[in-house]
Each structure stands twice: as C-alpha cells, then as structure tokens.
Design a protein around this ligand. Sequence first.
Ligand SMILES: [Cu+2]
Length: 289
Amino acid sequence: MASVKTVGLIAGSVAVATLSFGLAFAAAPSRAMSSAGVSAPVVKAHVVRVTGEDFKFDAPDVIPAGLTEFRFLNKGPALHHMQLLKLADGKTIDALRAALANPGPPPAWVKQVGGPNAPDPGLESNATVMLEPGNYALICFVDIGGPPHFMKGMVRSLRVARDNGPAATKPRADVTATLADYAFKLSSPIRAGTRTIRVYNAAQQPHEIELVQLAPGTSVGDFMKWIEKMDGPPPGKALGGMSGLEHGLSGYFTADFTPGNYALICFVPDAKDGKPHFAHGMIQQITVN
Ligand SMILES: [Cu+2]
C-alpha cells in the first residue's frame, strides 16, 4: 500500500470495473515425475517472519537467497506493509535513507521486488518471492493520516546471502493475476477457500495488489470514500496481497477467501503524474463464490 495521500482526487471519478468471468479453469495439477517414475521431492521455500509495528520492523539481518516466503504480522495499531526494495550493487541502507529524505519517488537504483502487502492490525499477510543475493531494504510506504511510515523509522536493512542449497519448488497457483497499466487481469475467478495467487507484472510501471475484503453490502466505492475521511470503522478488512513489483517480476501470495466481495487496489504513485494508480483505474471489485 504505497500511498493514499491523494485519495480525494478520485472520489466519484473512479470507474469500478467488475470482472466478467469467463469459463476458464485451471488445468488439473500434475506431479513432477522423474525418469524412474517417482515423484520429485518438494523443496520448501525459506520462511522468514517479520513483524511491523508503530514504527519499526522486526526481522532478521541476513537471510539465504532463493525462493522465500515472508510472513508479515502487523502488530499495529496502524496499517503497515512490507515492501522489499533491492538496492543496486554498492548501494547501502544509509544511501537509501539519505535519498528518501528528499521528497519524490525512490531513487532509480532501487527495485521493488514484492513483499506482503498491508494486513489490518493483528493480522498476518504473506508473499513468496525469488531473492537474488544482495542488499535489500524493508520499507513501509503507508501514509494514512501523516508522513509515510519510513520517515518514522520503518525502513530496515536486509542482507540476502548466497545459498548453495537445492532450489525450492515453486508454489502451485490457483489463479494468476497479471498487472497492467492500469488494470488487474485474473486468469480465472477466485473461488472460496485458501487460494494461492501468482502475481505477474507485465506492465511498464511497478504495481501492487492490496487485497481488501469488503463488508457485506458495501462496494469498493464505499471503501475508497472511507479512506478519504477515515470516519468510523472501515467498511472492509485489509488482508494483504503483493507489494510493489517491477516490470517482469512475479511472486505469490496466499489468502483465505470466504464468499463475498473483495477489492484489488494499487496505491503505487504514477511515474508521470504522481497520482496513485487507483486514480488511473487500477481498482477492481471481485466476487468470490
Ligand atoms: Cu499500479
């Protein structure tokens, strides 16, 4: 959830697209078989636990490279997410802090490589991404009601070290969500249950998915109106999703979907006008049956 400051700009002007679901069904899962006809062993992704609170991250300093599942617990009381930034070779967390002290977009030498998006306080979200060795930062861009949280301390160094272990098996996705400038395209409807969503950014700009479960009887428009004024309890529950991904990158997140309405929202500021992407139409209501 990158930025909601300019949310007022879109009130009443966002066309909320409702997915028209085609008859696309995922292919039946197949087991990987070796030449001997024996199932290939499943190698699990590394699991890294991170907590966020007002206003810091608790996380390991060094983790191994490879496929990594981040589990992010928001201890609150504010909304937080965990955006992973990969720093260019030779760049350090101190250089990032210095660059972030100036207003404007993050420097060109950082790449958004995903991470668990914002869950409500007390909830946990997750994201599985492939990490190359190098210097990274965990950062929170949420800025509801004040300056972005990284300015209050929510930016932390993470070193990813070379790992010689076996490559992990990729998660099996139920649905692929492809990110475009400016839309979400689902490969098939999300059906009720615990579902793994593969997120792939085919667009030029970075994008994210913030997943919100809408309260019964409310629409995505009601939710956006609430963000504008923040009066009373929100008409929905933030569940997580995938933080910003650069062009060409992909990752996975898993969430429990009960029947009802959900919103997919991208808050990433636009490269051209700085407005959040939902103001360009990157907000969509979906129904889970
Ligand atoms: Cu976007």
